[in-house]
Ligand binder design. Structure first.
Ligand SMILES: NC(=O)c1ccc[n+]([C@@H]2O[C@H](COP(=O)([O-])OP(=O)(O)OC[C@H]3O[C@@H](n4cnc5c(N)ncnc54)[C@H](O)[C@@H]3O)[C@@H](O)[C@H]2O)c1
Length: 356
């Protein structure tokens, strides 16, 4: 890593500027110009609250290509961006194995950090990142974007408001082709954590968001001549809910996801492959044997999940809200993923929050 040497500068005095509408205007450096760097740059580009000033990538051509679309400066040296006192937010879109050192490095320069999920490859790394930010009074956001998808927001609302009654079983599925990325880093478990950590963590986070802590996990996985990987986890929540979490990086594509949540008063299901994507089936209030009434609900089409999570993080930086994903939530999701990996490797049930 070229950025391991440390330069310390005082934190910028002016954390963000205020535009004519009174909204904060943040100055952002995006670190990593791959798939997610491009997605996040597009979000800042559409946001009124932030401007991208730097794109940092070890591949300068890649950085330059992305930077040119946003009038930003490309650089291969993170310290060029981090020593700029106007930068108040660093957005880390690097491969997962680089999250800890990049977040710690940015925090060392007094920058708030938004970092893609998963927070890290280990709980120790995650806790070090949280401490690096918290000890300096800096905000850390983690991109558990599923919480900002309207269909998952709706399911969360239906579950937590009690509209579906007592939840019994949840089925979550996320399938697509093997991700192709810089240096094939997803094929290396040491760098990506594999499917259960990288992909299924979205669904594990959704479960924890809706139902709280997990009691135990049993997982099996298959992989052949990587890149091909499939995993199935059965998750028992402490409140008694049972969830099946399916993840696949062995599907020809396109990428799709679905869920089904069954409760004593009804169910909600979603399948991204269907044209009518969301339907709510509510049990008859008369208690007869009728299967229920399908009530189509339109996902809120004006909501962009990736923009939503970034805007909420920027509001958090300004002290205007508590975001729906706190760093501890990212640790909880990571612990479930790590338990699922332990289970798949050992063939035994694993407990996510091992306490002596
Ligand atoms: N939230 C989501 O839906 C979602 C989707 C995909 C990926 N992700 C996560 O986003 C992160 C990035 O994944 P990606 O698919 O965008 O990766 P990618 O391979 O597409 O991009 C990584 C970029 O980092 C650059 N890079 C590598 N090492 C570097 C270094 N030492 N210094 C500077 N630049 C370096 C590469 O040149 C590349 O441009 C991962 O943590 C991944 O798990 C999240």
């Amino acid at each position: 890593m070229g950025f391991l040497y440390r330069l310390r500068v005082p934190r910028a005095d002016k954390r963000y500027k205020v535009n004519e509408r009174g909204a904060g205007v943040h100055t952002v450096a995006i670190w990593g110009a791959g798939t997610m760097g491009r997605v996040h740059a597009g979000c800042y580009g559409r946001s009124r609250e932030a401007r991208v000033r730097y794109i940092i990538d070890q591949d300068l051509d890649r950085a330059a290509q992305l930077a040119s679309a946003y009038g930003a400066t490309p650089t291969a040296d993170p310290n060029v961006a981090l020593t700029d006192r106007d930068i108040d937010v660093v957005d880390v879109c690097l491969p997962t194995y680089l999250h800890r050192e990049s977040v710690e490095h940015a925090a060392g320069f007094g920058k708030h950090v938004f970092c893609e999920k998963p927070i890290a490859l280990s709980v120790d790394d995650a806790r070090a990142m949280i401490s690096a930010c918290q000890s300096r009074g800096l905000k850390l956001g983690i991109g558990h974007v599923l919480r900002y998808f309207p269909e998952y927001e709706m399911a969360h609302h239906m579950i937590t408001s009690g509209k579906l009654g007592r939840i019994g079983v949840v089925r979550l599925s996320r399938i697509g082709p093997f991700p192709r990325a810089w240096a094939d880093w997803y094929t290396d478990n040491e760098r990506s954590g594999g499917l259960l950590l990288d992909l299924s963590i979205h669904d594990f986070d959704f479960l924890a968001w809706c139902f709280g802590p997990v009691e135990r996990v049993y997982a099996r996985k298959v992989w052949q001549d990587r890149p091909l990987e499939y995993a199935l986890a059965v998750v028992r929540m402490k409140n008694g809910v049972i969830a099946h979490v399916e993840g696949s990086w062995a599907h020809p594509g396109p990428f799709s996801y679905k869920f089904e949540v069954c409760g004593s008063a009804g169910m909600i299901e979603f399948d991204s492959r269907k044209t009518r994507p969301l339907s709510v089936l509510t049990a008859s209030t008369t208690g007869n044997a009728a299967p229920g009434v399908a009530v189509p609900e339109s996902p809120l089409k004006d909501k962009e999940p990736y923009l939503g999570e970034i805007r909420e993080f920027l509001a958090y930086v300004r002290g205007e809200c508590t975001p729906r994903v706190l760093p501890e939530d990212a640790v909880a999701a990571l612990e479930i993923s790590l338990a699922a990996i332990r289970s798949a490797d050992s063939g035994k049930v694993a407990i996510p929050f091992p306490r002596l």
